[in-house]
Structure formats: structure tokens, C-alpha cells
Design a protein around this ligand. Structure first.
Ligand SMILES: [Zn+2]
Length: 377
């Protein structure tokens, strides 16, 4: 299976070519685009917050194994010589924990309640500010000061702040088991966060249920993307998948709104577009983690809640360049059909691509979309 936009190669960040393959212990990563020298058994930090061990190189493919999986397998192998193989080894359990990128798959990865997730993630955010650098970045994207203030975005904390946050959480006695992003190291709960801007994912009750991070790619990373003629992936989930006592995040749909009216909602891709649309168009706005993730959305708690609270109409506001992508067009057809079966009317938000690519750009450029009702086929 190839890595993609939602699940980039953890080694180099590429969204194509690099792949993960089934192995007897679980999965191996084959990175095709590594631009630096690595030694056998060298441990490198993956962009997903996990550590990876370099195994070997073959025909320009660099094979890596996630450190936890590697060590579990090594332990199981050793145990097998000590006659301890009667009980299922950690390595076998690990193998069942397959990355689930399938759109129709399970959406919720943790049983921890939204209230607890919210409390814990707010413990992080309470100690964070939005840095000048990120304010500048948003201003360059034409965000007004008022909108930035209302954004609810933060910059990732530095190491000193991280210590304070972990202390805060410890004092609060909140349980971190099952909270995506957290794991244990030497018996203590901790987290790793790629440096960048944090975009909280909200549920319908404005509880923070996940954190997305827009990484600040460093000079070396950006260059290695450029050399390949690629763009670095824009967003990464705050996850501790594969870590000791860690939990995968999975991509979740979120919602922004001012007034709790859910009769007509806008569906778009990405938190920022949704924030802008909800502010300027005065409607609840849902953001999907990718245009082809509609099944996960339709099967989600969020969708059930929206239906309970009177959802009748959905306005689809995907990027204007969508009409050029065959795969996306097909995915959208599927989405419309499912919505019709569920008795939700479908509308399109349309605009001239020269006025903005996404609905957020369009609005901040001073335009509004035209809303067209889809005729049932
Ligand atoms: Zn790679």
C-alpha cells in the first residue's frame, strides 16, 4: 500500500511512491526518497512522532521498521529460545494493529469520552499561544485580526512548556490511556508533537476531540520535497500509534459554528476553510479530513447528531479545482447518492476558480459562492 496525503511516508514525508508492506511482525516502511545517509540499525525520528529503525537498502528502497514493533519482535524471537512461546507474543498482537486507511473502516479509534479528550487537550492548549510567526502566516492568507482571534489555533509548545503541561495533567489525575498523542516512556506519560500550528478538531458540542498539526517543515525537509517536485503534506494528526500504551488518532471530521443551527450545513475539506465559511456565511460548517472520506463521516457520531438536530440540507463546498480530478468527482458522486438515500438534500457551492481555490480563499478574496441545488437523478 502506498502512502498518501492523509498518511504520508513517516520517513521522508512523501505522499506517493513510498509504501508500507505487510511483514511477519506487522508492517515495514519502504522509503524510496531518502536523501541522507543512514547506517544499519540507526534510529531516526519519523514525522509521525514514532521512531524508526533502518534495516537495509535494496535497489534504492530503504526499509524501516517502527521501533516498538521491531523490539517486540526481537523480544518474541528471544523468548522463543527460552521456551516461552506458548502465550501469544507482543509481536503477534502488534501484527493485528494494522494501519487502517480504508475509507469505509472504523472511524473512532478510542473509547475515551469526548469530555475527557476535551479536558486533556485543553490542558495542552491552555498553556499555548499563537506565535507571531503563525499569526503572520494567517495574515498572509488574508485572515483578519478578528478572525485570527476567533480561530482557536495555537502554536505547539516548546520543551519547557511541555514539562509544565505534563505536570498540569498529572496533577489533574486525568487518565491518559486511550488519548491519541499520549504514550508512556520509562513508566511516565508523555507526548511528541511535530513543531507547527495546532488546529483543534471540534465535535458538535464544541468539545475538542483531536488535534491536527500543520507542521513547520524545516529547511532540510522542504528542500527534499522540492527536489522531488512535491509539496510537503499540510496536516498531520496528533497521534501516538505504535508507541507504548499509545493510541492512533485516525482522521476525524470536525465542525465549526457560531449559532447551533444544523438544518443546513456546509461540508468542506480542512479546518481553515470551514472556520472561514462558518464565520462569513453564518452556517455550521463541517470539515472532512479528505474529500474521499465521506463514508467515515456518514458513519460517524457527528452525522448522527446532526440528523438528530434537524439536518435537512448539505452544501458541498470542495475546492474549485475538483472538477479536474476524476477520482474526486467519482467520490463526490458516491457521497451525493448516499445523502439522498438518507433523505438529505444536496446543494453545491460553485465559484470561479480564478476568485479562489478553496471556499476560504474565495471568501477572504471578497467573493461568495453560488449555491445550486442538485437535481435528483
Ligand atoms: Zn519515504
Amino acid at each position: 500500500m502506498n502512502y498518501n496525503k492523509r498518511n504520508p511516508c513517516p520517513i521522508c514525508g512523501a505522499t506517493d511512491y513510498c509504501a508500507y508492506i505487510k511483514s511477519k511482525n506487522g508492517y515495514l516502511t519502504t522509503c524510496h526518497k531518502l536523501k541522507r545517509h543512514v547506517k544499519k540499525n540507526e534510529v531516526i525520528d519519523g514525522i509521525d512522532g514514532n521512531e524508526y529503525i533502518f534495516l537495509y537498502e535494496k535497489n534504492g528502497c530503504y526499509m524501516f521498521e517502527e521501533k516498538g514493533q521491531y523490539e517486540a519482535a526481537k523480544k518474541a524471537y528471544k523468548e522463543s529460545f527460552c521456551g516461552k512461546t506458548s502465550k501469544p507474543s507482543v509481536a503477534i498482537k502488534k501484527a493485528q494493529d494494522e494501519p487502517n486507511l480504508d475509507d469505509t473502516g472504523i472511524y473512532e479509534y478510542t473509547k475515551v469520552s469526548h469530555n475527557i479528550l476535551d479536558e486533556i487537550y485543553r490542558k495542552i492548549l491552555n498553556r499555548c499561544i499563537l506565535s507571531e510567526k503563525h499569526i503572520y502566516m494567517l495574515k498572509k492568507e488574508k485572515w483578519s485580526s478578528e478572525l485570527i482571534q476567533k480561530s482557536g489555533y495555537f502554536s505547539t509548545p516548546d520543551q519547557d512548556t511541555k514539562k509544565i503541561i505534563l505536570e498540569d495533567i498529572k496533577k489533574s489525575n486525568l487518565q491518559l490511556e486511550g488519548v491519541p498523542g499520549f504514550f508512556t516512556k520509562n513508566g511516565e506519560w508523555t507526548y511528541n508533537m511535530v513543531s507547527g500550528m495546532i488546529l483543534p478538531v471540534y465535535d458538535i458540542n464544541k468539545k475538542i476531540i483531536r488535534l491536527q498539526i500543520r507542521p513547520d517543515w524545516n529547511y532540510w525537509q522542504i528542500n527534499s520535497f522540492k527536489e522531488r517536485g512535491e509539496k510537503p503534506p499540510k496536516y498531520i494528526n496528533f497521534s501516538s500509534n505504535g508507541k507504548k500504551n499509545g493510541t492512533k488518532s485516525g482522521s476525524m471530521a470536525g465542525i465549526h459554528y457560531d449559532e447551533p443551527k444544523f438544518n443546513t450545513v456546509i461540508v468542506t475539506e480542512g479546518s481553515k476553510d470551514a472556520k472561514i465559511a462558518s464565520e462569513y456565511l453564518k452556517r455550521a460548517c463541517i470539515y472532512l479530513p479528505g474529500v474521499d472520506t465521506y463514508n467515515a463521516f456518514l458513519n460517524s457520531e457527528l452525522f448522527d447528531e446532526l440528523k438528530k438536530r434537524g439536518l435537512k440540507n448539505i452544501i458541498i463546498a470542495y475546492d474549485a479545482d475538483i472538477i479536474y480530478k476524476e477520482q474526486v468527482k467519482r467520490a463526490m458522486e458516491g457521497f451525493y447518492k448516499k445523502l439522498e438515500v438518507l433523505n438529505v438534500n444536496v446543494y453545491y457551492a460553485k465559484w470561479d476558480i480564478k476568485n479562489g481555490k478553496g471556499i476560504g480563499d474565495l471568501i477572504l478574496n471578497g467573493y461568495k459562492p453560488t449555491i445550486i441545488k442538485r437535481v435528483r437523478k
